[in-house]
Design a protein around this ligand. Structure first.
Ligand code: NAD
Length: 419
């Protein structure tokens, strides 16, 4: 199966690309603009894999215009041949499905500068839907090859009605467009209210969630109006390997490691549901391959935590992992607390500092994930303890990855030499 994924150099995208290539035997075309959040190093080990193709492209650009790769960006990974427009990328690669993850995704940045969020999340999604629609319309019906280039009619395409994944070439019936979104579109929940279900009305409060809500509506409209086979997922907060160090979990881990104060909004009372990123990637693959076209699936971790107890727990795990590495003689890397000699969970928790709350901060998000469980049999594998411990261990063992981000080196040409 050949999947065109957008935003594959981001946090969830890179974990998804890894799952698709290493475990699902898929071919991946990764379409990414390499913004500050896109890190080619997250997929460096797959750059030469025969099933991996990278295409540099800005979704906010018109679909017939190739976007120039700015000279300040690394030439690694190279695009697949010449620079192409979004339309050319579809025509060249002929994907069986699209998984759309590219977005501006950081709420604080959306408050400081909403323009990029409108461009990428709304205009970019519109462009992707238009390009996918044009491509989808060019595909043959399951029963024949009419209207398709001759070379696409070779083989057995069209012998029988196709289902997803297709047994051979994509057809109108087999094609899928999965739009990946967030639970933040539903707004804030009262402490005792049931979790968001797929029928909860939208009530976004930040520029980020409002732009994602708009993109969800566009995706569904392209399904309802033009018949594009669209599916939508709305997921809770993710954590795990390769998360950019501006988000809460890596911030806390790295502040612990560097012995710096750990900022917590307000009194740390906001509640979020947390899902390990590899569980999310598996859920996305499940929805793509088994979900019903036109449906929405909520994805959650059954793991509600208030921010303060979550941060304290991470301090505890980091302290625990660091003392283990001291006992076993492992080096935890050059980063390890220059300022704290022998960090303990308690001394790390003492780094917590309360800062002014974010404007419009939603109090609680929680997901009712019964639909995806009952209909598609998906459930998260990692629980709170195992998922966060794996995450802390990953950041301890991959200091080069995040140190390159903190120093800014991840955007330099020479990263390509480090594969
Ligand atoms: P991310 O910020 O880590 O990565 C975004 C990726 O999109 C980057 O590789 C970036 O270069 C790329 N991109 C941005 N603008 C682009 C453009 N104009 N053209 C092409 N590529 C562009 O994001 P993430 O945390 O991996 O989230 C991925 C998706 O999942 C988003 O749609 C987000 O809304 C959704 N989501 C995220 C979470 C979470 O907790 N991180 C939870 C639920 C849903």
């Amino acid at each position: 199966m050949k999947i065109l994924i957008t935003g594959g150099c981001g946090f969830i995208g890179s974990n998804l690309v890894r799952l698709l290539i290493e475990q699902k035997d898929c071919q991946v075309i990764n379409v990414d603009k390499l913004t500050y959040a896109g890190n080619a190093a997250s997929l460096a080990d797959l750059a030469d894999h025969p099933n991996y193709h990278f295409e540099y492209c800005d979704l906010a650009a018109p679909i017939e215009t190739p976007t120039e790769r700015p000279s300040h960006l690394p030439t690694f990974p190279p695009s697949h041949g010449d620079q192409k427009s979004l339309k050319q990328i579809f025509d060249l690669h002929q994907p069986d499905a699209v998984m759309h993850l590219a977005a501006e995704s950081h709420v604080d940045r959306s408050i400081d500068g909403p323009g990029e969020f409108i461009q990428t999340n709304i205009v970019g999604t519109y462009h992707l839907l238009q390009a996918a629609l044009a491509y989808w319309r060019s595909l043959p019906e399951a029963g024949g090859c009419e209207g398709v280039k001759v070379e696409k009619c070779e083989g057995e395409a069209g012998d029988k009605p196709s289902t997803f994944p297709p047994s051979n070439l994509p057809t109108k019936e087999s094609f899928r467009f999965l739009h990946v979104s967030t639970d933040e579109v539903y707004g804030s929940l009262a402490p005792d209210a049931p979790g968001f279900s797929e029928t909860t009305p939208y009530d976004p409060h930040s520029p980020y969630s409002a732009s994602k809500a708009a993109s969800d509506h566009l995706a569904r409209a392209w399904g309802d109006t033009y018949g594009l086979p669209v599916l939508v997922t709305n997921c809770s907060n993710n954590y795990g390997p390769y998360q950019f160090p501006e988000k809460l979990i890596p911030v806390v881990i790295l502040k612990c490691l560097r012995g710096e104060t750990i900022p917590v909004y307000g009194k740390g009372e906001s509640i979020r549901d947390w899902l390990y990123v590899e569980d999310h990637a598996e859920a996305l693959y499940t929805v793509l391959t088994q979900g019903r076209v036109g449906e929405t699936y909520n994805i959650g971790g059954n793991n509600e935590q208030n921010n303060l107890s979550l941060v304290k727990k991470i301090c505890e795990i980091v302290g625990d992992e660091l003392s283990r590495s001291v006992v076993s003689g492992d080096s935890a890397g050059p980063h390890t607390t220059q300022r704290l000699n022998h960090p303990t969970p308690k001394s790390l928790q003492d780094l917590i500092t309360f800062v002014t709350d974010r404007p419009g901060h939603d109090m609680r998000y929680a997901i009712d994930a019964r639909k995806i469980r009952d209909e598609l049999g998906w459930e998260p594998k990692e629980d709170f303890e195992s998922g966060f411990r794996k995450t802390v261990q990953w950041y301890l063992q991959n200091s080069e990855w995040w140190e390159n981000i903190l120093s800014g080196d991840y955007k330099l040409e020479r990263l390509g030499d480090n594969r």
